[in-house]
Design a protein around this ligand. Structure first.
Ligand code: ZN
Length: 675
């Protein structure tokens, strides 16, 4: 069962394009000397983001952000445990070896372990953050056992054997989230949301809970804040609440800092938001969580806002259990004018979309859109993060109260600033397209994100009796496809130039070109040879690109051409391509509105999953020569509090100098509530 709407979307098309040269080069430094790129390892590049405007906030706002950021950092270990039951134990051992003064740092095993640990930090566990496959350690089990034996830990032999099996046996806990059709998705996934429970058992358990729930129009999000375990043969739900059980001590600290922050809230409504959240963390009551979401939606005035909670359901193959995450942010007033324009015209976009009339919303409601500046990233948003947010997840809350949509301006900006020209020069068909991208791509990509988040996810409606959950493992791909198509269709609309959001009628071509090139070719750089496409956003992009390519083949709308032995995407008819985007949007909306599982399956399996091995090989080898890291993530800034002799906060300063390993080790130490 997948939820109707996903929370934070990772709109990574721009991320891919914003790839930089191997080692932070001078073009990733801005006029103020701020360096956007930091270290690089494995398939990862670390970046930094600038919290533009923080200095201009009031002391009260800065203090508010400081306490909220502490609450954001206290949940890190929760996510590690959610991602796999041995993650924290493994991280602790690796950190002990890493910081051991006696260890031989020149040993190849140590170097291999260092990279492994850096990847574990990045992924909040031992599986790849995006592909979900387990890391292959570049150090030997023998060496690892030797180091651990030198460490004075009280680890038992049996425990050590298990940990070694988890790290070194490639077959054991191989995938964090397995979405393969026809397998028991729970028993074959290493995520830690269920214990000894089969897919069928879990589906029946929550299916029953749902059908027994009295208020059919306002169902809570069953199962989102608990572990489902089997005890003496029967299923028991263990809720994550303050002070007891799993995560109890961590939630205790989170609540402590939320309450400190509360004193600096910007208005009374914001205090209510915090009170509801604290109440929910204490009781685990999901009705209270819905009340919190409604209060949060209603609180649009303050400059500073935050998300703190169990939000994302990508980490559970059934899409029920939510991973912990947090972001603290403040509004970018100037850039917000852009999304406000879209939001004000939401009904026009709904009415004029190519979707069949019966699937349109008569009243598009409560789309609040803004551009924000991220101040801290935590949990499932750190270090790998989203650049657009649309919350809450609850269908009925969205329907009756709307949603908050944001794009995170300073993160997108950091990606763009760190970008090099390598990808463009290698994969773009000709100078015409390169010029087009240079001129417009940053802007049109932002606009596409805005459309996706502000309007795309919020558009359309379900038919009476249709249950979006019945799209199951195809649900999130279909939902992301829908939002992306909405953006693609409208980025080319003359309404956009009328509204002053797009400068001219050529600009959209930059988005079309980069989207098709990414969906047909360049996103394959993120896939290991021989693997299929798994991640929902990647599937969505493949689906759109391949479907349009196939449908337009006879008219040569989009071609895959060879030049000097290399394959390129060539778009011959941008206008016809827009027509195809519109056609597919109508089709996807029909599938969504009628919860047509067979239709969803057919599209996803035919267009979104399989990879052409020959093209894949070519793309990988061209990409390898560019020496670019396919994934990026951020090092957080550090907030340093200044106090007077009475202990009152007199200022909060921002420090960007902390290194990646330094930050990770500090977080492991300072935000450890005893796991
Ligand atoms: Zn999305």
């Amino acid at each position: 069962m997948f939820r109707n709407f996903m929370g934070f979307c990772i709109l990574a098309s721009s991320v891919l394009f914003s790839c930089q040269n191997g080692n932070g080069t001078s073009d990733s430094i801005d006029d103020d000397g701020f360096e956007y790129t930091d270290e690089r390892f494995a398939d990862l590049q670390m970046l930094r983001y600038k919290v533009e405007g923080f200095e201009n906030l009031t002391l009260k706002q800065k203090t508010f952000i400081y306490y909220l950021s502490e609450a954001a950092l206290w949940g890190r270990d929760i996510l590690f445990d959610q991602n796999g039951r041995y993650n924290l134990q493994i991280r602790d051992l690796l950190e002990l070896i890493y910081t051991d003064e006696g260890v031989d740092r020149d040993d190849e095993n140590f170097k291999g372990m260092e990279v492994y640990l850096k990847r574990v930090w990045f992924s909040n566990g031992i599986h790849h953050h995006y592909g979900c496959e387990k890391f292959v350690p570049q150090f030997s089990e023998e060496w690892f056992r030797q180091q651990v034996s030198k460490l004075n830990t009280d680890i038992a032999d049996g425990e050590m054997n298990t940990i070694c099996k988890v790290i070194f046996d490639p077959e054991y806990m191989a995938k964090r989230v397995n979405l393969a059709e026809g397998e028991d998705l729970l028993l074959t996934s290493a995520m830690n949301y269920y214990d000894g429970v089969s897919q069928e058992e879990a589906e029946n358990f929550y299916g029953e809970m749902k059908s027994n729930y009295a208020d059919k129009n306002h169902p809570v999000m069953f199962g989102m804040n608990s572990t489902l375990v089997k005890e003496n043969g029967s299923l028991v739900e263990k809720k994550w609440v303050v002070g007891k059980g799993k995560y109890g001590q961590y939630l205790q600290k989170i609540v402590e800092y939320l309450l400190k922050a509360r004193e600096y809230a910007e208005d009374e409504k914001q205090k209510v938001v915090i009170d509801k959240l604290v109440d929910y963390y204490r009781t685990g009551d999901l009705k209270t969580f819905d009340e919190y979401s409604i209060a949060w939606l209603d609180n649009t005035e303050p400059l500073v806002d935050f998300v703190n909670g169990f939000i994302e359901c990508y980490g559970d193959p059934l899409g029920l259990k939510c991973s912990w995450e947090s972001i603290v942010n403040f509004k970018d007033v100037e850039a917000t004018k852009r999304t406000e324009t879209l939001s004000k015209n939401a009904q026009w976009f709904e009415d004029n979309s190519p979707v069949e009339p019966q699937f349109k919303k008569e009243n598009v409601k409560g789309i609040s859109a803004k551009v924000i500046t991220a101040a801290i990233l935590g949990g499932d948003l750190y270090p790998s993060t989203a650049i657009g947010i649309n919350l809450p997840n609850s269908d009925w809350v969205r329907k009756e109260h709307g949603s908050k949509s944001v794009t995170i301006g300073n993160l997108t900006d950091a990606y763009n600033k760190a970008a090099g020209s390598g990808m463009r020069n290698e994969f773009v068909y000709s100078q015409t397209e390169i010029d087009l991208l240079d001129k417009y791509a940053d802007l049109t990509d932002d606009i596409h994100t805005d459309l996706h988040e502000c309007l795309g996810h919020g558009s359309g409606k379900l038919m009476p009796g249709a249950d979006a959950d019945s799209l199951k493992n195809y649900g999130s791909t279909i939902e992301e496809t829908r939002a992306d198509l909405f953006g693609l269709y409208y980025v080319a609309d003359k309404k956009m130039t009328e509204l002053g959001l797009i400068p001219d009628t050529e600009a959209y071509k930059a988005q079309y070109y980069s989207y098709m090139m990414n969906g047909l070719m360049t996103q394959l750089v993120r896939i290991q040879p021989g693997n299929n496409i798994e991640e929902a956003h990647m599937r969505n992009r493949a689906l759109i690109a391949h479907w349009c390519y196939e449908k337009g083949k006879a008219d040569k709308v989009v071609e895959m051409v060879k030049k000097d032995g290399k394959t390129y995407v060539k778009i011959n008819d941008y206008d016809a391509l827009r027509g195809l985007f519109g056609e597919l949007l109508a089709k996807i909306q029909r599938i969504k509105s009628t919860a047509d599982f067979a239709g969803a399956k057919e599209l996803v399996e035919n267009y979104a999953v399989k990879v052409d091995p020959v093209l894949h090989k070519e793309v990988l080898s061209r990409y390898e020569k560019l020496n670019i890291a396919p994934y990026k993530g951020f090092i957080n800034p550090r907030y340093v509090v200044e106090k007077d002799k009475n202990g009152n906060i007199t200022d909060v300063k921002i420090d960007y100098t902390e290194g990646y390993a330094e930050q990770m080790l500090r977080y492991s130490k300072e935000y450890n509530a005893g796991h």
